[in-house]
Design a protein around this ligand. Structure first.
Ligand code: PMP
Length: 434
């Protein structure tokens, strides 16, 4: 599997690092140099068409014409901040809140998932009267200080800041690698452990935050019943239950519009970002009037760009496209087809440890066949070789051995077949050479 950077790519990297910190890493051993994109395809500067089986931000498709037009038109008409009246703001708020149960009736608009996570924790602290937060092992919620404080993925990194004293971490309820593996009972068992931790913590908890499928954990869906068993214990302490739907929201998981619905719970607060603006930076916190009112007793909240007319026009168009093109249903149908195909790989390759996730939010865990130990090198090889075949996926998880696929929701069954065929060929080659 020869992988080498071209002279152009070497030069482009050098150019980039003249001014941009290398902390901002570039994907792939052979980086991608892009010139355009449309729906589930991207185009590189060499004229290749690339199948995007990875990027979930262009939720309804890269450069979707309806979304682009909504942004262009509004940009040419009016763009200002939320201190003035314009009907797009309440219109968007109403349309977005229409996707939630009635009592989740307050929205705060910001510009990123990180800003939404930050604000969510501040609102929760105003309501509960404390800053203690229970977080999920391997969770990630953003790049602000508060977001990092609640992101095990960051604070537990070997270069990270460590766990702050106001943070309590619960074990990821992972059916594959975790200590409880019976899908009937594991969620409950993990929740009991988290509840015991809550009792052993000397302070009350003001908030519990988790993703319904933990992306940086390696696409790990919370074991069934976990949140249902845990949420009441958080609330009994006066705490707020927060679902981070930045990755899983807006129909991506197929069966549900929001990932938390699979757990048969309704959170008190929801964090939104990424897909909301299909690439335009929008984030939001959704909560109840009661919780919002506690926050409203404090200092004013203002965001220069949050909820601006262009963002609202784009946000509305994204919701309309999801509805008009039946994209949640497509995520369900294509997702099931895709997951079934990936599951079939298990029959032929003993390196496939687990295939998991819902809709178009899937993970394939690669392992060493004899021991089930994570096979990080193989995952990297598959990701890079797919890239050489013009298919984008990624790897993630604590061992970086989980292939992660979360394409734009217009992804088709033939796209899924293409990824499946490519992975099959790569694994056959690996077997042949080993
Ligand atoms: N929450 C989750 C679950 C995320 O995956 C991310 C981004 N990867 C964020 C929050 C932060 O969003 P942003 O990068 O837009 O600030």
């Amino acid at each position: 599997f020869p992988i080498s950077k071209s002279k152009d790519e070497e030069a482009a990297l050098k150019d980039r690092h003249q001014f941009i910190s290398p902390l901002l890493s570039v994907s792939y051993k052979k980086p991608l140099s892009l010139s355009g994109s449309a729906f589930q395809y991207m185009y590189d500067t060499h004229g290749n068409t690339i199948l995007d089986a990875y990027n979930n931000i262009p939720h309804v498709g890269h450069c979707h014409p309806k979304v682009v037009q909504a942004g262009q038109r509004q940009m040419a008409k009016l763009n200002t901040n939320t201190r003035y009246l314009y009907d797009l703001l309440p219109r968007y708020a109403e349309k977005l809140l229409g996707k939630f149960p009635k009592h989740l009736n307050r929205v705060f608009f910001v510009n990123s998932g990180s800003a939404a996570s930050d604000l969510a924790i501040r609102i929760a602290a105003a309501y509960s009267g404390n800053r203690n937060v229970m977080v999920m092992e391997h969770g990630y919620h953003g790049n602000t200080q508060i977001s990092i404080d609640i992101s095990d993925y960051k604070f537990s990194n070997k270069k990270g800041q460590g766990q702050a004293s106001n943070i309590l971490k619960s074990s990821i309820p992972d059916l594959y690698r975790g200590k409880y593996q019976n899908p009937e009972t594991a969620g409950w068992s993990y929740a009991q452990e988290a509840i015991a931790q809550l009792k052993g913590f000397e302070k009350p908890i003001g908030a519990f935050v988790s993703e319904p499928i933990v992306g940086c954990g390696g696409q790990v869906p919370l074991a069934p019943g976990y949140l249902k068993a845990l949420y009441p214990a958080i609330r009994a302490q006066g705490g707020i239950c927060i679902s981070d739907e930045v990755q899983t929201g807006f129909g991506r998981v197929g069966e549900y519009f929001w990932g938390y619905e699979a757990q048969e719970v309704i959170p008190d607060m929801v964090i939104l970002g990424k897909p909301m603006g299909n690439g335009h930076p929008i984030g939001a916190v959704i909560t109840t009037q009661e919780v919002a009112e506690a926050f409203e007793k404090g200092v004013e909240f203002f965001s220069s760009f949050g909820g601006n007319p262009v963002s609202c026009a784009i946000g509305i168009s994204v919701l309309e496209v999801i509805e008009e093109e039946g994209l949640q249903q497509n995520a369900l149908e294509v997702g099931e087809f895709y997951k079934k195909a990936l599951n079939e790989l298990k029959n032929d390759f003993s390196c496939i440890g687990d295939v998991r996730g819902s809709g178009l939010f899937l993970g394939v865990e690669l392992v060493k066949p004899d021991s089930n130990d994570p096979d990080t090198a193989l995952a990297s090889l598959v990701k890079n070789e797919l890239r050489n075949q013009n298919i984008l996926i990624s790897t993630d998880g604590p061992y970086d051995n989980v292939l992660k696929t979360k394409p734009p929701l217009c992804f088709s069954k033939s796209n899924a077949d293409q990824v499946f065929d490519a992975i099959t060929t790569i694994l056959q080659k690996v077997e042949f050479h080993s």
